[in-house]
Every structure is written in C-alpha cells, then in structure tokens.
Design a protein around this ligand. Sequence first.
Ligand code: NAP
Length: 248
Amino acid sequence: MSHPIKGTTALVTGANRGIGEAIVDALIRAGAARVYAAARNTKDLAALAARHGSRVVALQLDVTQPAQVAAAAQAAPDVQLLVNNAGYAGHSGGAFSDAQWLAEGRREMDVNFFGVLAVSQAFAPVLARNGGGAIVNIASVASLVSFALFVSYSASKAAVHSLTQVTRMMLKAQGTRVHGVYPGPIDTRMAAGVPFEKTSPADAALAIIAGIEAGDEEIFPDPMSQNMGAAYLAGPKELERQVAAMSG
Ligand SMILES: NC(=O)c1ccc[n+]([C@@H]2O[C@H](COP(=O)([O-])OP(=O)(O)OC[C@H]3O[C@@H](n4cnc5c(N)ncnc54)[C@H](OP(=O)(O)O)[C@@H]3O)[C@@H](O)[C@H]2O)c1
C-alpha cells in the first residue's frame, strides 16, 4: 500500500543541518503541505525558511528538554508524520578502556534513545488524533551490528532499533505506521572522520521518502546499508563476523 507524502504535515527533529535538513527539502519537494523544522537553535533554520517560505515552520526543540518536547507537541497539533532525526555521536575511535565511551555514551543515550522516546510519547496522541500517521526513526547500520569505531554510539542506536520495534507494536492499534531507517555513512558533520565512501544527504533523504511512501518498515538508504541490511536480514551472526573482520 502506498502512503503519499503529498498534502501531509510533518515534523523533523535536528532539521538545521545534515540529514535532517535534507529530509525537510525532500518532504517539501514531495508535496508536504507543511513541515515543522525543529532545532535547538531556531536561528540555524534561516536557510531552510528562505528556501521554502511559509511551508516550513521553525520550532525550537532540544529533544533532551522535557518542557520543550511538551511545548512542541502543543505548537504542532496537526502533525501526521514525525521524523526522529536528531542525533549525537560524541566519541569515536580509541581503546575499549577509553573513559570517553562512558562520558559521551551517557549523552549519546540521552539524545539518541531517551530523546526519541520522549518525542514519540509526546506526539503519539497528536498522531492518533490526526488519523494515525507515521513515525520515522533515523537509526543506523550501527543499530544492527556494533562498530569498534563507535562503541557507545552503536549501543545507543541499538536502543533506537529496539524502541522502533516496540513503538510499532504498541501504536499499531491507533493506526500509526513506524519506519526504522538504518543509514550507512552519509556525508554530514557527524561522519566527518568516518573512513568509508559516503552518500550525500540529499540522496539519502530521497531514499528515505521513497521508503516511507512505499510503507517499508526497514529503510536502507545508501549502498553500504543495503548490503549490510541484506546481510542482517539473512543472519545477524554472519554480519557480526563480517564487521569484526573489518575491524582487524
Ligand atoms: N551521518 C551518518 O553517517 C549517519 C549514519 C547513520 C545514522 N545517522 C543518524 O542520522 C541522524 C542525523 O545525523 P547527521 O548525520 O545529519 O549528523 P549532524 O550533521 O551531526 O546533525 C545532527 C543533528 O542533530 C541535532 N541534535 C543534536 N543533539 C540534539 C538535541 N539534544 N536536540 C535536538 N537536536 C539535536 C543537531 O543540532 P545542533 O546543530 O544544534 O547540534 C543536528 O541538527 C542522527 O540520528 C544520526 O545518528 C547518521
């Protein structure tokens, strides 16, 4: 069954740069009636507002701040499509005993897992009132298999995968579709130090929109994630072995 973006109202967290900004552009191009572009600092949304005028509505939202999450749900009562994109990777590389895995890992969990949970809880009743709609969680290939480069980030993204499954189970009755997106390396500030070939945020965003419209529960928006996604679906243990071999 197809679920066209045309005419829908969406909200994207972390919309001021990277994949989030590209998703806002792609939603507008696909005919969304209105997109709430949510960011910690609304000044960072000036370029999006200039490109799209009144179809993009700037909203302040730090996903770790409960008062801002509640205010966003009040300010955007017409949302039908929630895109949980905001994310944080605080530390990469380093030995297993590196203290940064703990220090930055707490923040990664706070943004990547608790942030998605808090925003989804706040918007679930909004989506229900608007006919069910959909939630899109931007997880990662690191949700499906751990990478030595990203010890604590991988764990936070595995938590997002788990949350995606249970959100799908628990919001089915209210008619909310739940999509998990599992990107490989995308060319944004977050992946600046990642030593793999990267896909552009614009191409990833187009693939994400296509997956939402097609009703795909798992969306693999770039070549690496398509390969790893297929390997994961064939057998997660074999994928673990492949990635462990890459880590040396
Ligand atoms: N790039 C990749 O290779 C890749 C691969 C797999 C998955 N992902 C995921 O894709 C999503 C987007 O990442 P990106 O690559 O576009 O990275 P990015 O360029 O670093 O953008 C991260 C975005 O998240 C926002 N953010 C961080 N903490 C926040 C908070 N507490 N509240 C609200 N917004 C917050 C940032 O806002 P500020 O500007 O205010 O910091 C920024 O808009 C993330 O969930 C990431 O984990 C990325």
